[in-house]
Write a protein that binds this ligand. Structure first.
Ligand code: KG4
Ligand code: ZN
Length: 353
């Protein structure tokens, strides 16, 4: 089917479909996607560098940049091919320009600028976390703002009120480690390797979540803020003690108990924020949102409270370009356009343009 024939009703205020070619390169995935009208993913190509970074126990920024530059043209070509589209048929180019690793972001930004300039297409820069949140729009046609979103990734743990498309109020954040960072550090210490989240998730399935009692920190005066460093230290202390005394580490029980403590902190705050602020819809986003215990516990807690729970498929939770295409669409519709001076902004704030 020709892209122009693939027409449904167009309800975007434009007189024709909007096709975004989106590019994501903020960390260790080189990704490109074509998204129609912000919700329909026509292609989603992800070249992961995980195998490359595993030997170092984490992402090595310079290696990530070098790999992005090597892969990005093939990934974009594949995304257009999978969508059955030519560059001519694309409406605008969307790209993550922050936050993230500066050298990694620069590859995507330079590529997007070059394509937009050569093909005479508008350029729309996207905040990476706005992308993660927008991943929820892809498979949930009924989801529209306002709603509460818990964003849990390797670099961020934010409790956000999505007031409108591209309009956010952050009501809670982590005071120290991000949730994903805690997963990664615990996994490394216990010998599960990188990336830690999925490995802990898997190991925890055979463990007892109540085998060990780890501390649950509350931030005094900030009921929606998070703190995971105390929990992380307690787990690391346990591991060190076991190593020093030659005791075997009960990996499955430890993973399950640690995961349970993180999930409890995330679920309790997100659900009480939705209730307190009067929202009956709650979404989760970011790599940690693919955690099976978090999905299960959040679903249960929401059902109990009469809150509708939204979550993306795992492939749209971890870094991908389809989510950037969804976010770029809503930015495009609200008139966001970036100039040829667009740069990578490693510490870009959510809602900044
Ligand atoms: O969103 P993402 O792909 O990249 C960032 O923007 O940071 O998130 C990556 C993080 C990593 O810390 C990874 O360990 C964690 O998400 N993660 C998980 C799971 N899958 C990925 N954490 C817990 N359980 C999982 N199943
Ligand atoms: Zn991410």
């Amino acid at each position: 089917m020709d892209a122009k024939e693939r027409n449904g009703s167009v309800s975007n205020g434009e007189d024709r479909d909007v096709f975004i070619l989106a590019i994501e390169s903020s960390c260790d995935e080189t990704a490109a996607s074509v998204v129609r009208n912000g919700r329909e993913v026509l292609s989603n190509v992800i070249s992961s560098q995980i195998a490359l970074h595993t030997q170092f126990g984490g992402v090595v920024p310079e290696i990530a940049s070098r790999k992005h530059i090597e892969k990005i043209n093939q990934v974009i070509t594949q995304a257009l091919e999978d969508a059955g589209m030519t560059l001519d048929e694309i409406t605008a180019i969307g790209v993550t320009y922050g936050p993230g690793l500066v050298g990694a972001l620069l590859v995507g930004v330079a590529e997007a600028k070059a394509i937009a300039y050569a093909a005479k297409k508008p350029l729309v820069g996207v905040h990476h976390i706005e992308g993660h949140i927008a991943a929820n729009y892809i498979e949930n046609p009924d989801l529209e703002p306002p709603f509460v979103c818990l964003v849990v990734s390797g670099g961020h743990t934010h409790l956000v009120i999505v007031k409108d498309y591209g309009v956010f109020e952050i009501i809670g954040r982590t005071r120290d480690d991000a949730a994903g960072e805690a997963f990664d550090k615990v996994a490394r210490a216990v010998g599960l390797g990188y990336p830690g989240g999925p490995k802990v998730d898997l190991a925890a399935r055979d463990g007892n979540p109540h085998a060990m009692e780890f501390p649950r920190a509350k931030v005094v005066g900030s009921p929606y803020d998070f703190s995971f460093s105390g929990l992380k230290s307690a787990v690391l202390n346990d591991i060190n003690k076991a190593k020093m005394t030659g005791r075997e580490i009960p990996v499955a029980d430890l993973a399950a108990s640690f995961q349970n403590a993180v999930v409890e902190a995330l679920v309790s705050r997100a659900v009480s924020a939705a209730k307190e602020y009067g929202y009956d819809r709650l979404a989760i986003a970011g790599g940690v949102a693919s955690n099976s215990a978090l999905r299960r516990e959040m679903k249960q807690a929401c059902e109990k409270e009469g809150i509708r729970f939204y979550y993306p498929s795992p492939v749209f939770c971890t870094d991908n370009a389809a989510m950037i295409g969804a976010a770029a669409y809503y930015e495009y519709i609200r008139g966001t356009r970036h100039g040829w001076d667009l740069n990578a902004v490693p510490n870009l704030k959510l809602g900044e343009r």
